[in-house]
Ligand binder design. Structure first.
Ligand SMILES: Nc1nc2c(ncn2[C@@H]2O[C@H](COP(=O)(O)OP(=O)(O)OP(=O)(O)O)[C@@H](O)[C@H]2O)c(=O)[nH]1
Ligand SMILES: [Mg+2]
Length: 267
Protein backbone atom coordinates (compact mmCIF):
# COMPACT_ATOMS: atom_id res chain seq x y z
CA UNK A 1 0.00 0.00 0.00
CA UNK A 2 2.41 2.63 -1.20
CA UNK A 3 0.68 5.29 -3.28
CA UNK A 4 -2.89 6.25 -4.11
CA UNK A 5 -4.43 9.07 -6.13
CA UNK A 6 -7.71 10.54 -4.91
CA UNK A 7 -9.87 11.91 -7.73
CA UNK A 8 -13.04 13.77 -6.73
CA UNK A 9 -15.67 13.71 -9.46
CA UNK A 10 -18.87 15.50 -10.27
CA UNK A 11 -20.20 14.92 -13.81
CA UNK A 12 -16.94 13.76 -15.38
CA UNK A 13 -18.26 11.05 -17.72
CA UNK A 14 -16.23 12.45 -20.65
CA UNK A 15 -12.96 12.27 -18.68
CA UNK A 16 -13.09 9.56 -16.05
CA UNK A 17 -12.28 6.51 -18.17
CA UNK A 18 -9.42 8.26 -19.99
CA UNK A 19 -7.85 9.65 -16.82
CA UNK A 20 -7.99 6.26 -15.08
CA UNK A 21 -6.43 4.52 -18.07
CA UNK A 22 -3.73 7.21 -18.23
CA UNK A 23 -2.81 6.60 -14.57
CA UNK A 24 -2.83 2.80 -14.75
CA UNK A 25 -0.93 2.84 -18.06
CA UNK A 26 1.97 4.51 -16.27
CA UNK A 27 2.58 1.10 -14.63
CA UNK A 28 4.06 2.90 -11.63
CA UNK A 29 1.91 1.12 -9.06
CA UNK A 30 -0.54 3.93 -8.38
CA UNK A 31 -3.89 2.95 -6.95
CA UNK A 32 -6.87 5.30 -7.44
CA UNK A 33 -9.77 6.23 -5.19
CA UNK A 34 -12.63 8.07 -6.93
CA UNK A 35 -14.94 10.07 -4.67
CA UNK A 36 -18.12 10.64 -6.67
CA UNK A 37 -20.83 12.92 -5.36
CA UNK A 38 -23.83 11.24 -6.98
CA UNK A 39 -22.99 12.59 -10.45
CA UNK A 40 -26.26 12.62 -12.44
CA UNK A 41 -24.31 11.82 -15.63
CA UNK A 42 -23.41 8.33 -14.39
CA UNK A 43 -19.68 8.87 -13.72
CA UNK A 44 -19.81 6.31 -10.88
CA UNK A 45 -21.25 3.61 -13.17
CA UNK A 46 -18.28 4.01 -15.51
CA UNK A 47 -15.93 3.60 -12.54
CA UNK A 48 -17.78 0.49 -11.37
CA UNK A 49 -17.39 -1.10 -14.80
CA UNK A 50 -13.67 -0.29 -14.82
CA UNK A 51 -13.24 -1.87 -11.38
CA UNK A 52 -13.56 -5.26 -13.11
CA UNK A 53 -10.66 -4.32 -15.39
CA UNK A 54 -8.51 -2.94 -12.55
CA UNK A 55 -9.33 -5.08 -9.50
CA UNK A 56 -7.61 -4.13 -6.23
CA UNK A 57 -6.26 -0.95 -7.84
CA UNK A 58 -9.40 1.10 -8.43
CA UNK A 59 -11.71 2.05 -5.57
CA UNK A 60 -14.90 4.08 -5.46
CA UNK A 61 -16.62 5.95 -2.67
CA UNK A 62 -20.06 7.30 -3.49
CA UNK A 63 -21.69 10.13 -1.64
CA UNK A 64 -25.30 11.09 -1.96
CA UNK A 65 -25.06 14.61 -3.36
CA UNK A 66 -22.68 17.39 -4.37
CA UNK A 67 -21.09 18.00 -0.99
CA UNK A 68 -18.05 19.93 -2.25
CA UNK A 69 -14.44 19.30 -3.18
CA UNK A 70 -13.04 19.87 0.32
CA UNK A 71 -15.24 17.34 2.08
CA UNK A 72 -14.68 14.85 -0.75
CA UNK A 73 -10.93 15.03 -0.13
CA UNK A 74 -11.33 14.79 3.65
CA UNK A 75 -13.42 11.66 3.12
CA UNK A 76 -10.73 10.32 0.79
CA UNK A 77 -7.84 11.16 3.14
CA UNK A 78 -9.51 9.26 5.98
CA UNK A 79 -10.19 6.28 3.70
CA UNK A 80 -6.55 6.18 2.52
CA UNK A 81 -5.14 6.47 6.05
CA UNK A 82 -7.49 3.73 7.23
CA UNK A 83 -6.35 1.51 4.37
CA UNK A 84 -2.66 2.02 5.10
CA UNK A 85 -1.37 4.09 2.16
CA UNK A 86 1.94 5.95 2.58
CA UNK A 87 1.73 8.57 -0.20
CA UNK A 88 -1.64 10.13 -0.87
CA UNK A 89 -2.22 12.29 -3.95
CA UNK A 90 -4.87 14.84 -4.98
CA UNK A 91 -5.68 15.17 -8.67
CA UNK A 92 -8.53 16.54 -10.82
CA UNK A 93 -10.39 14.30 -13.27
CA UNK A 94 -10.34 16.79 -16.15
CA UNK A 95 -6.73 16.39 -17.41
CA UNK A 96 -5.74 19.81 -16.09
CA UNK A 97 -3.19 17.78 -14.16
CA UNK A 98 -1.04 15.52 -16.32
CA UNK A 99 -0.88 11.97 -14.89
CA UNK A 100 2.67 11.71 -16.28
CA UNK A 101 3.72 14.20 -13.56
CA UNK A 102 2.63 11.89 -10.72
CA UNK A 103 6.04 10.14 -10.49
CA UNK A 104 7.83 13.50 -10.07
CA UNK A 105 5.57 14.47 -7.18
CA UNK A 106 6.16 11.06 -5.65
CA UNK A 107 9.91 11.39 -6.07
CA UNK A 108 9.92 14.76 -4.27
CA UNK A 109 8.32 13.14 -1.20
CA UNK A 110 10.01 9.75 -1.38
CA UNK A 111 13.58 10.80 -2.23
CA UNK A 112 13.98 14.56 -1.88
CA UNK A 113 12.87 15.13 1.68
CA UNK A 114 9.51 16.79 1.05
CA UNK A 115 6.53 16.03 3.27
CA UNK A 116 4.18 17.70 0.81
CA UNK A 117 4.90 18.01 -2.93
CA UNK A 118 2.84 20.64 -4.73
CA UNK A 119 2.44 20.54 -8.51
CA UNK A 120 3.11 24.22 -9.12
CA UNK A 121 2.22 26.43 -12.09
CA UNK A 122 4.10 29.43 -10.79
CA UNK A 123 7.66 28.22 -10.18
CA UNK A 124 10.40 28.10 -12.83
CA UNK A 125 9.53 25.46 -15.40
CA UNK A 126 5.82 25.50 -14.55
CA UNK A 127 3.03 27.09 -16.55
CA UNK A 128 -0.52 27.23 -17.77
CA UNK A 129 -1.81 26.28 -21.23
CA UNK A 130 -5.13 27.33 -22.77
CA UNK A 131 -6.50 29.12 -19.77
CA UNK A 132 -8.44 32.32 -20.50
CA UNK A 133 -6.80 35.50 -19.22
CA UNK A 134 -9.44 36.01 -16.52
CA UNK A 135 -8.75 32.58 -15.00
CA UNK A 136 -4.98 33.20 -14.99
CA UNK A 137 -5.45 36.56 -13.32
CA UNK A 138 -7.79 35.03 -10.73
CA UNK A 139 -5.43 32.14 -10.00
CA UNK A 140 -2.23 34.21 -9.84
CA UNK A 141 -4.07 36.90 -7.90
CA UNK A 142 -5.27 34.32 -5.36
CA UNK A 143 -1.74 33.01 -4.83
CA UNK A 144 -0.30 36.52 -4.49
CA UNK A 145 -3.08 37.55 -2.12
CA UNK A 146 -2.49 34.43 -0.01
CA UNK A 147 1.23 35.13 0.24
CA UNK A 148 0.75 38.76 1.20
CA UNK A 149 -1.80 37.96 3.90
CA UNK A 150 -0.36 34.72 5.32
CA UNK A 151 3.36 34.98 4.48
CA UNK A 152 3.20 31.31 3.52
CA UNK A 153 6.19 30.81 1.15
CA UNK A 154 4.29 28.99 -1.59
CA UNK A 155 3.91 30.35 -5.11
CA UNK A 156 0.89 28.25 -6.12
CA UNK A 157 -1.27 28.26 -3.01
CA UNK A 158 -4.48 27.08 -4.70
CA UNK A 159 -2.85 24.14 -6.50
CA UNK A 160 -4.89 20.96 -6.44
CA UNK A 161 -2.22 18.54 -7.68
CA UNK A 162 -0.49 17.44 -4.49
CA UNK A 163 1.28 14.50 -2.84
CA UNK A 164 1.05 14.20 0.94
CA UNK A 165 3.09 11.87 3.06
CA UNK A 166 0.77 9.87 5.27
CA UNK A 167 2.23 11.44 8.42
CA UNK A 168 1.08 14.90 7.31
CA UNK A 169 -2.53 13.81 6.97
CA UNK A 170 -2.35 11.90 10.24
CA UNK A 171 -0.98 14.93 12.04
CA UNK A 172 -3.53 17.42 10.75
CA UNK A 173 -6.88 17.23 12.50
CA UNK A 174 -8.92 16.73 9.33
CA UNK A 175 -12.14 17.52 11.15
CA UNK A 176 -10.85 21.08 11.62
CA UNK A 177 -10.42 21.64 7.87
CA UNK A 178 -13.56 23.49 6.96
CA UNK A 179 -13.28 25.06 3.53
CA UNK A 180 -14.68 23.63 0.34
CA UNK A 181 -13.25 25.21 -2.84
CA UNK A 182 -9.86 26.79 -3.52
CA UNK A 183 -9.78 27.83 0.11
CA UNK A 184 -9.58 24.14 1.00
CA UNK A 185 -6.36 23.81 -0.97
CA UNK A 186 -4.93 26.89 0.73
CA UNK A 187 -6.05 25.70 4.17
CA UNK A 188 -4.39 22.29 3.81
CA UNK A 189 -1.07 23.84 2.77
CA UNK A 190 -1.31 26.44 5.52
CA UNK A 191 -1.97 23.77 8.17
CA UNK A 192 0.94 21.62 6.92
CA UNK A 193 3.26 24.64 6.89
CA UNK A 194 2.21 25.81 10.36
CA UNK A 195 2.80 22.30 11.70
CA UNK A 196 6.38 22.46 10.44
CA UNK A 197 6.17 20.12 7.47
CA UNK A 198 8.44 20.65 4.48
CA UNK A 199 6.58 21.71 1.35
CA UNK A 200 8.29 21.50 -2.06
CA UNK A 201 6.91 22.98 -5.26
CA UNK A 202 7.44 20.79 -8.33
CA UNK A 203 6.92 22.58 -11.68
CA UNK A 204 3.97 21.37 -13.74
CA UNK A 205 2.21 22.51 -16.90
CA UNK A 206 -1.50 22.93 -16.20
CA UNK A 207 -4.01 22.62 -19.07
CA UNK A 208 -7.54 23.91 -19.22
CA UNK A 209 -10.17 21.18 -19.34
CA UNK A 210 -11.20 20.12 -22.89
CA UNK A 211 -14.29 18.09 -21.94
CA UNK A 212 -16.97 18.57 -19.33
CA UNK A 213 -17.96 21.71 -17.49
CA UNK A 214 -16.32 23.76 -14.77
CA UNK A 215 -17.69 23.66 -11.23
CA UNK A 216 -16.12 27.00 -10.43
CA UNK A 217 -18.51 29.63 -8.99
CA UNK A 218 -18.63 32.94 -7.17
CA UNK A 219 -19.14 31.26 -3.81
CA UNK A 220 -15.79 29.51 -4.19
CA UNK A 221 -14.04 32.84 -4.86
CA UNK A 222 -15.75 34.52 -1.91
CA UNK A 223 -14.82 31.64 0.36
CA UNK A 224 -11.21 32.05 -0.75
CA UNK A 225 -11.04 35.80 -0.14
CA UNK A 226 -12.62 35.65 3.30
CA UNK A 227 -11.08 32.29 4.17
CA UNK A 228 -7.47 33.45 3.82
CA UNK A 229 -8.11 36.34 6.18
CA UNK A 230 -9.79 33.96 8.61
CA UNK A 231 -6.83 31.57 8.49
CA UNK A 232 -4.41 34.38 9.23
CA UNK A 233 -6.60 35.66 12.04
CA UNK A 234 -6.91 32.21 13.61
CA UNK A 235 -3.20 31.56 13.34
CA UNK A 236 -2.51 34.72 15.35
CA UNK A 237 -5.05 34.71 18.09
CA UNK A 238 -6.53 31.28 18.57
CA UNK A 239 -3.58 28.98 19.07
CA UNK A 240 -4.10 27.67 15.56
CA UNK A 241 -1.47 24.92 15.70
CA UNK A 242 -2.94 23.22 18.73
CA UNK A 243 -6.37 23.30 17.19
CA UNK A 244 -5.34 22.04 13.77
CA UNK A 245 -3.09 19.28 15.12
CA UNK A 246 -4.63 15.92 15.67
CA UNK A 247 -4.26 15.03 19.34
CA UNK A 248 -6.25 11.85 19.19
CA UNK A 249 -3.94 9.53 17.29
CA UNK A 250 -2.25 7.79 20.18
CA UNK A 251 1.41 7.04 19.67
CA UNK A 252 1.85 9.45 16.81
CA UNK A 253 0.35 12.37 18.65
CA UNK A 254 1.90 15.76 18.22
CA UNK A 255 2.62 17.92 21.22
CA UNK A 256 3.47 21.58 21.23
CA UNK A 257 5.66 23.56 23.46
CA UNK A 258 3.72 26.74 24.12
CA UNK A 259 6.91 28.56 24.98
CA UNK A 260 8.98 28.17 21.84
CA UNK A 261 6.14 27.07 19.58
CA UNK A 262 8.09 24.20 18.06
CA UNK A 263 6.56 20.77 17.92
CA UNK A 264 7.95 17.40 18.77
CA UNK A 265 6.65 14.06 17.68
CA UNK A 266 6.31 11.27 20.21
CA UNK A 267 6.81 7.69 19.08
N1 LIG B 1 -16.79 14.74 -5.39
C1 LIG B 1 -16.82 16.01 -5.83
N2 LIG B 1 -15.99 16.39 -6.83
C2 LIG B 1 -16.05 17.68 -7.25
C3 LIG B 1 -16.94 18.63 -6.70
N3 LIG B 1 -16.73 19.83 -7.33
C4 LIG B 1 -15.76 19.62 -8.24
N4 LIG B 1 -15.35 18.32 -8.21
C5 LIG B 1 -14.28 17.69 -8.98
O1 LIG B 1 -13.09 18.34 -8.61
C6 LIG B 1 -12.20 18.46 -9.70
C7 LIG B 1 -11.90 19.96 -9.95
O2 LIG B 1 -13.09 20.61 -10.36
P1 LIG B 1 -13.16 21.57 -11.63
O3 LIG B 1 -14.57 21.83 -12.02
O4 LIG B 1 -12.25 21.06 -12.68
O5 LIG B 1 -12.64 22.89 -11.00
P2 LIG B 1 -11.50 23.76 -11.48
O6 LIG B 1 -10.38 22.90 -11.96
O7 LIG B 1 -11.26 24.69 -10.40
O8 LIG B 1 -12.16 24.57 -12.67
P3 LIG B 1 -12.21 24.22 -14.24
O9 LIG B 1 -11.00 23.46 -14.58
O10 LIG B 1 -12.32 25.54 -14.86
O11 LIG B 1 -13.40 23.41 -14.48
C8 LIG B 1 -12.88 17.77 -10.87
O12 LIG B 1 -12.44 16.45 -10.95
C9 LIG B 1 -14.36 17.84 -10.49
O13 LIG B 1 -15.14 16.83 -11.06
C10 LIG B 1 -17.81 18.19 -5.65
O14 LIG B 1 -18.61 18.93 -5.10
N5 LIG B 1 -17.69 16.89 -5.26
MG1 LIG C 1 -10.50 21.69 -13.55
Amino acid sequence: MEKIVIIPTYNEKENISNILHAIFNLHEGFHVLVIDDGSPDGTADIVKTLQHKFPNQLFLEQRTGKLGLGTAYIHGFKWCIHNGYEFIFEMDADFSHNPADLPRLYDACKNQGADVAVGSRYVKGGGVVNWPANRIILSKGASFYTRVITWMPIKDATAGFVCYKRQVLETINLDEIRFVGYAFQIEMKFAAWKLGFKIKEVPIIFQDRTYGVSKMNKGIIKEGILGVIRLKWQSHFKNYRNRVANNSIGDNSVRFSRKNKTYAQTK
